[in-house]
Write a protein that binds this ligand. Structure first.
Ligand code: HEC
Length: 141
C-alpha cells in the first residue's frame, strides 16, 4: 500500500488535473499529424519493451528500443516536406527533449544488450521520464 503513494501523488499533480499551463508549441497541422502517428508508435514500442522485459527477453527489449526509439529512429522525417516535420518546428528546448529521448532510449538499449534485466530496468525510468517531461511541459493544441 505504501508503495502506491508516490504514484497517487504523481497522478494528482498531473497537468490535466488543473488548468492547462503547458507551453503551446505551434506546429503546422501536417507536422502535428506526423507527431501524433509517431507518438502512437512510441506507445506501442514501449509496450513491446516492457512485455519483453517481463518475459525476460532482455536483449530483444533493447533491440526494439534502439530500432523504434533510439538514435536509429532519429531523422526519419528528414525526407518529408518541411511543414510535415515536427522537429524543426518545435521550440528549441522541446526539440532538445525529443533528441534527448532518443539518446536515453539508446542508453537503455545498451544496458539491455548485456542481457541483465536489472541493468536494463535501472534505465527504464529515464526512458519513460523523457515522455513524461515533454508531455508535462508542452502541448500542441
Ligand atoms: C519532445 C516531446 C515529446 C516526447 C519526448 C514524447 N512525446 Fe508523446 N506527445 C507529444 C505531444 C506534443 C503530443 C500531442 C500531439 C498532438 O496531439 O498534437 C504527444 C502525444 C502522445 C500520445 C497521444 C497520441 C494521440 O493519439 O493523440 C501518446 C500515446 C504519446 N505521446 C506517447 C509518447 C511516449 C510513449 C513517449 C516516450 C517514449 C513520448 N510520447 C514522448 C510530445 C512528446
Amino acid at each position: 500500500m505504501r508503495k502506491k503513494l508516490p504514484l497517487l501523488l504523481a497522478l494528482l499533480a498531473l497537468p490535466a488535473a488543473a488548468e492547462d499551463t503547458r507551453l503551446l508549441a505551434e506546429l503546422k497541422p501536417a507536422a502535428q499529424e506526423t507527431l501524433r502517428k509517431e507518438m502512437l508508435d512510441n506507445l506501442i514500442a514501449l509496450n513491446s519493451i516492457i512485455s519483453l522485459l517481463a518475459a525476460n527477453q532482455v536483449k530483444e527489449a533493447g533491440e526494439v528500443a534502439e530500432k523504434e526509439l533510439g538514435r536509429s529512429a532519429m531523422g526519419k522525417n528528414a525526407t518529408l516536406p518541411f511543414e510535415a516535420r515536427p522537429g524543426p518546428q518545435m521550440p528549441r528546448e522541446m526539440h532538445q527533449l525529443a533528441i534527448n529521448g532518443h539518446l536515453v532510449a539508446s542508453d537503455f538499449a545498451r544496458a539491455a544488450a548485456s542481457g541483465e534485466r536489472d541493468k536494463a530496468l535501472a534505465e527504464l525510468p529515464n526512458l519513460l521520464g523523457t515522455c513524461v517531461a515533454c508531455h508535462a511541459t508542452y502541448r500542441t493544441r
